[in-house]
Design a protein around this ligand. Structure first.
Ligand code: NAD
Length: 461
């Protein structure tokens, strides 16, 4: 395998040294006189493509989903965080173009791979999209290109999966061709932290690879954090998500325990969070959602097994978090029972089906699991979500097909429900009004904390 150990502007001779291929690419990246290719224009790839285009670098995007590619090619954004008003001028001026296939990226200077990394049926990593993208990139590689993988994955992927494919081209990695991993850490819907002000972790196969990847991202983010290797960068991303998963599981368990003890977990968390150091609040809920937290930790579990290592915290957190939708439904059944009603035949109106507040993203949403369990226990379920007009058209990975459209939220509908279950605490909801007109509100998110009247109708799950 051809991997050059030295190179970059820091020293060495040959193609990677000053005046060589690496130095030339570095200078062009810093002058923003380089073309960027982005493979996968989803939640991660599209904001990235837009950021480079806005920084003045020509961008060519590619997506395997022809419909999505065509939409973006017309300047229409499928993603909330990228307004079409921002995208359209970049497309109109040719700063961002959408091409049909990876073949169009042959002339680019940097290629960033942002394809999905789901789990297979037995919670094993499914890196087939990475492999497909890497194979396509391997066919078009030329000297002087930098390739960065951004998809979340297990430590070792960049060097075990991408590197051999690229090295087979005969190009010396670290001298003629540069390879790095840089995890995406965006939080869709977050108004405070976005691509530009979230520090970007970068690990290169060689020092030259790292330096060039740092130069690339330095054009669009405020701070780049280099680490020693692609594996380290891969692990940093997973650690961040595992940290959240484990802490959410801890607080979910605390919530169930507090219920048993007759305490309010919300009161406990708020009071504990007054400690100015050494504590970070996490909040209970109906379960984990989104593309990252429920999935990524199991990438590490799988890898650890190869080393006879068992990731006990990850497994335990997964167990507790997976049980939460069942706990929520049990709470609803108990609340109905207290009102001399049974869950079977009860009309349950679920508010919010997106996996978190104020987004339209349904991926791994625990609300879908809650609906499925409610239906399986005989409840008549309807839902309202201002961001999700229909569950029919949405891509549902694990929950089969729902035949549900969002119901309008009216006083009559609230009054007609035996139970209103708040699964996602969208900011647009008027919780005072909801509680006033409902007969029973099961609140999984503490969304009703400021509601003054009718508190006897509220059950915290
Ligand atoms: N969504 C997030 O908030 C987030 C945050 C950090 C990291 N990530 C990680 O980033 C990666 C991408 O996630 P995402 O949310 O953008 O996924 P996504 O599903 O929104 O987008 C991925 C896109 O890649 C396209 N694609 C798949 N295979 C392709 C191929 N071979 N060639 C071209 N296009 C291809 C798909 O059609 C899709 O449009 C994942 O590994 C994910 O774990 C996601």
């Amino acid at each position: 395998m051809m991997v050059a150990e030295s190179g970059g502007s820091g020293g060495g001779s040959g193609d990677g040294g000053p005046g060589g291929v690496a130095e030339d690419l570095k200078q062009r990246l810093e002058r923003r006189d380089a073309t960027v290719g982005v493979i996968g224009l989803g939640y991660v790839g599209l904001p990235l493509a837009v950021a480079f285009a806005k920084a003045g670098m020509p961008v060519i995007g590619v997506d395997a989903d022809a419909e999505r590619a065509a939409l973006i090619g017309r300047g229409q954004s499928p993603i909330e965080d990228v307004p079409s008003d921002e995208l359209a001028p970049l497309v109109r001026t040719g700063r961002l173009t959408v091409a049909e296939g990876v073949g169009a990226l042959g002339g680019t200077d940097a290629i960033i791979i942002c394809v999905p990394t789901p789990l297979g049926k037995s919670k094993e990593p499914d890196i087939s999209h990475i492999v497909a993208a890497a194979d396509e990139v391997a066919r078009i590689l030329r000297p002087g290109q930098l390739v960065v993988l951004e998809s979340t994955t297990y430590p070792g992927t960049t060097e075990e999966v991408l590197l051999p494919r690229f090295a087979a081209s005969g190009l010396a990695v670290g001298k003629q061709l540069f390879l790095a991993f840089s995890p995406e850490r965006i939080d869709p819907g977050n108004r405070t932290y976005a691509l530009a002000n979230i520090p970007k972790i970068v690990g290169g196969v060689t020092p030259a690879c790292r330096e060039l990847a740092c130069a690339l991202y330095g054009q669009i983010v405020e701070r780049v954090v280099p680490v020693s290797s692609p594996q380290a960068a891969e692990m940093v991303k997973l650690f961040g998500n595992i940290f959240r998963s484990v802490n959410i599981a801890l607080v979910n368990e605390l919530a169930i325990m507090c219920r048993r003890l007759g305490l309010s977990v919300w009161e406990i968390i708020d009071a504990a969070a007054t400690k100015p150091f050494g504590f970070m609040p996490f909040y209970p809920g109906p379960g984990l959602g989104g593309h990252c937290i429920p999935i990524d930790p199991f990438y590490l579990t799988w890898k650890a097994r190869h080393y006879d290592f068992s990731t006990r915290f990850i497994e335990l957190a997964g167990e507790i978090n997976t049980a939460m939708p069942y706990w929520v439904v049990d709470r609803a059944a108990q609340a109905l029972n207290d009102r001399k009603k049974s869950l079977r035949g009860a009309r349950v109106l679920v508010l919010g089906v997106a996996y978190k507040k104020d987004v339209d993203d349904l991926r791994e949403s625990p609300a879908l699991k809650v609906i499925e369990i409610l239906e399986s226990r005989g409840a008549e379920v309807s839902y309202n979500d201002p961001y999700v007009p229909s569950l029919r058209a949405k891509r549902l990975r694990h929950y089969g097909t729902f035949e549900l459209d969002s119901s309008s939220l009216t006083e009559e509908r609230l009054a007609g429900a035996d139970c209103v279950l708040i699964a996602t605490d969208h900011g647009a909801y008027d919780y005072d009004w909801i509680v006033r007109h409902a007969s029973l509100v099961v609140d999984t998110r503490n969304a009703t904390r400021n509601v003054r009247g009718h508190r006897q109708k509220i059950v915290k799950a």
